[in-house]
Design a protein around this ligand. Structure first.
Ligand SMILES: Nc1ncnc2c1ncn2[C@@H]1O[C@H](COP(=O)(O)OP(=O)(O)OP(=O)(O)O)[C@@H](O)[C@H]1O
Length: 307
């Protein structure tokens, strides 16, 4: 079987006057937590709705669990659990009975799956309490339980932290990690805040105005956002030699514009400047830099402030 659970190919969606998705190719690998990042209106929900069969593309195709024949996709979609919009909850029923209705609707065998799922999302103690008396966080958990009830292999969560308090967000992060680690569940999660998925996602897809700008691994992203000294001297080649010989480091890169990014000596900037000036170099620029995830994201999408 392919290492990919999901691949989209030139996926496009046009609403009357809006191109919500424009030739989007994303690929989600088996076992990863894929963070799908974009500002409000970027096209995240549109793509997730198409993948789960809630909507159709105007152009392009999707491959899910290796299946790309449109008439067979619905079987592959059954192996997916999703929360894309607020799940339909019955306010006058308990959490247990809500799950029972969903279980019967979806034809999921075995009532025991209900208690197991309630436990997984921390709702097993809610007893006779009706859903109308649940907090927002509890309703979110129940939504998650509905998505998990069929024991899916791919879990799709569209902005699941919306409306959650910090405790709820922390809890959700832990649950996502646990599901991924212990059950090997592949997770596709969207957010408009890149840092929210930091240390959770193993790879990111960044979408803006319907276009996928970048797919990047967590490791590559951390590397790009790594703290460094940015140095410009009048003789770049000599500067690099001094870093290597006098300061005994190769932990730097030379950028196309001739500046150097030095990842060492962050706590000893004076030593760096002394080494350079002692060797008759003129320092034209020396500063400590390092993108925060959010500034990296803003730069990527063209400096548009997120609301
Ligand atoms: N049913 C629809 N009819 C017309 N336009 C739509 C429809 N659904 C979405 N759009 C438009 O498509 C674009 C992408 O919307 P989408 O909901 O996919 O974005 P998003 O990234 O999920 O953002 P949000 O977090 O705000 O939901 C937006 O410009 C939106 O207004």
């Amino acid at each position: 079987m392919s290492e990919y659970i999901l691949r989209t190919s030139q996926l496009s969606k046009k609403y009357k006057n809006t191109l919500a998705l424009d030739d989007v190719n994303i690929s989600v690998k088996k076992g990863e937590i894929y963070g799908f990042i974009g500002q409000n209106g970027a096209g995240k929900s549109t793509l997730l709705r198409i993948v789960t069969g809630l909507s159709f593309s105007s152009k392009g195709s999707i491959e899910l669990f290796g299946e790309n024949n449109p008439s067979m996709l619905s079987d592959a979609q059954k192996r997916t659990g999703a929360i894309i919009e607020s799940p339909a909850l019955f306010p006058n029923m308990t959490a247990h009975d809500n799950l029972e209705v969903h279980r019967l609707q979806k034809g999921i065998p075995g009532r025991e799956s209900i208690n197991k799922t309630l436990e997984l999302v921390g709702l097993s103690e809610t007893g006779n309490k009706k859903v109308k008396n649940f907090s927002l966080g509890m309703k979110q958990r129940l939504g998650l339980a509905i998505a998990l009830l069929s024991d899916p292999e791919l879990l799709i969560l569209d902005e699941p932290t919306n409306g959650l308090d910090p405790m709820g967000i922390a809890w959700l992060r832990e649950l996502i990690k646990k599901l991924n680690r212990e059950k090997g569940l592949t997770i596709l999660i969207s957010s408009h805040i890149l840092s929210e998925l930091h240390q959770l996602a193993s790879r990111y897809g960044i979408i803006h105005q319907g276009k996928l700008l970048e797919e990047i691994s967590a490791k590559e992203l951390d590397e790009k956002c790594r703290q460094h000294l940015r140095i410009k001297v009048d003789q770049q080649a000599k500067g690099a030699t001094i870093l290597e010989s006098t300061l005994s480091t190769t932990d730097f890169e030379v950028m196309p514009d001739g500046t150097m990014k030095l990842y060492a000596y962050l706590d000893d900037v004076r030593k760096v400047s002394k080494a350079l000036t002692d060797n008759d170099l003129v320092i034209e620029h020396l500063s400590q830099n390092g993108d925060s995830l959010e500034s990296y994201f803003r730069e990527l999408v063209g400096g548009v402030e997120d609301e």
